[in-house]
Design a protein around this ligand. Structure first.
Ligand code: B12
Length: 210
């Protein structure tokens, strides 16, 4: 089996040790580290993302695969020269004020990183002020907002209003179990996605990157 397939297989089964071994072998054979990342790690994580959306795998499998991917990335990093790995954009993500749910947000964050984006994760319970401060500091291309409670999704509107002055320079995507496309339209978000895999697709579309 070609080495890239072996890497993908190990990553999808969440075997971090095998990912490290096979990635090291591929690098020793002279394979381009960027090819290993794009056609190995990212492709494998995309497959996991689609399986997760289709309920073929569940949260623990995604987290284990993501851990294996991080191991792979650590193995490849010393071989990356300067601008070899171009990040596709910066995403600022957080769960709204009053809401402590972060499992879904973390998955979205992991999938975005796996898709080649730089992700700044603000965590949970994030106020309008904190979002605005972070936008000033990190100048993200996209702000991603998560909420899991019907009582907190309304706060997404406050954040969107708080970011009004920045709308020319960034896009806003919202998500979380009670959020719908209709709701996203009502509060003036640029996009909505029901799960982590579609979130990556939507962000790619918003930024017009592959
Ligand atoms: C785990 C959990 C908790 C944990 C959270 C731990 C943590 N670190 O996250 C704890 C125990 C802390 C908790 C507390 C509470 N919870 Co709770 N919790 C859940 C539970 C069981 C699972 C949520 C989850 O992680 N799902 C798995 C992830 C992968 O799915 P997800 O979050 O939906 O995320 C996916 C998508 O929504 C989307 N997505 C998520 N974020 C984003 C962001 C963007 C930008 C995009 C594009 C997409 C996106 O992609 C994700 C991946 O595919 C749900 C029930 C359920 N089955 O959903 C209740 C649930 C959300 N909780 C609920 C409630 C009521 C509470 C409490 C108020 C309970 C209480 N009385 O104390 C507190 C509130 C605490 C607070 N202030 O936030 C209710 C909410 C009801 C409602 N509609 O308002 C639910 C639905 C349970 C129920 N049926 O009553 N909870």
């Amino acid at each position: 089996m070609p080495i890239l397939n072996q890497i993908k297989e190990a990553l999808m089964s969440g075997d971090a040790n095998e990912v490290r071994k096979r990635t090291t072998k591929a690098l020793e054979e002279g394979l381009d580290p960027v090819v290993i990342i794009n056609d190995g790690f990212i492709t494998a994580m995309n497959i996991i993302g689609v399986k997760f959306r289709n309920n073929e795998v569940y949260v623990p499998e995604v987290l284990i695969a993501a851990r294996a991917m991080h191991t792979g990335m650590d193995t490849v990093k010393p071989y990356l020269t300067g601008a070899a790995l171009q990040e596709k954009g910066t995403i600022l993500i957080g769960t709204v004020k009053g809401d402590l749910h972060d499992i879904g947000k973390n998955l979205v964050s992991i999938m975005l990183q796996s898709g080649g984006f730089r992700v700044i994760d603000l965590g949970i319970d994030i106020s309008v002020e904190k979002f605005v401060e972070a936008v000033e500091e990190y100048k993200p291309d996209v702000v991603a907002i998560s909420a899991l409670l019907t009582s907190t999704i309304t706060y997404m509107k406050n954040i969107i209003e708080g970011l009004a002055d920045y709308r020319g320079q960034l896009k806003i995507i919202v998500g979380g179990a009670p959020v719908t496309q209709d709701f996203a339209d009502q509060i003036g978000a640029d996009a909505y996605a029901p799960d982590a895999a579609s979130a990556v697709e939507k962000v790619r579309k918003l930024l017009e990157v592959a």
